[in-house]
Design a protein around this ligand. Sequence first.
Ligand SMILES: [Zn+2]
Length: 115
Amino acid sequence: MDPRYKPVSVDVSNSDQMFSIEWADGHKTELPLFGLRKNCPCVTCRGGHSNMGKYEPELFKIDPPREYKITKAEPIGNHALKIHWDDGHNSGMYKWELFRDMDEAVQRLNNKKSD
Ligand SMILES: [Zn+2]
């Protein structure tokens, strides 16, 4: 597996509203829970199969209007993480690549702003 997409450790902090992953290549990804919940990759949240794989990095940048908590995160094989949220939603299976791609999309947004 590509070390960029290979998680070494995963940390959920509901009190800090932050989800973090350390990758085998040494990079650390930190994503706010609100954006992660709103960018849930399941077909219901995406609004149909044609939107699968799409997400909005802007949702990680906004001031969250409410808190979401992760009650459970269970690995699916070695390719994804199924996240259970405190609002009862649990059909989102986040591929490891997705977390890293979201992180990089947020970084691109940040860079765009500072130009
Ligand atoms: Zn969903």
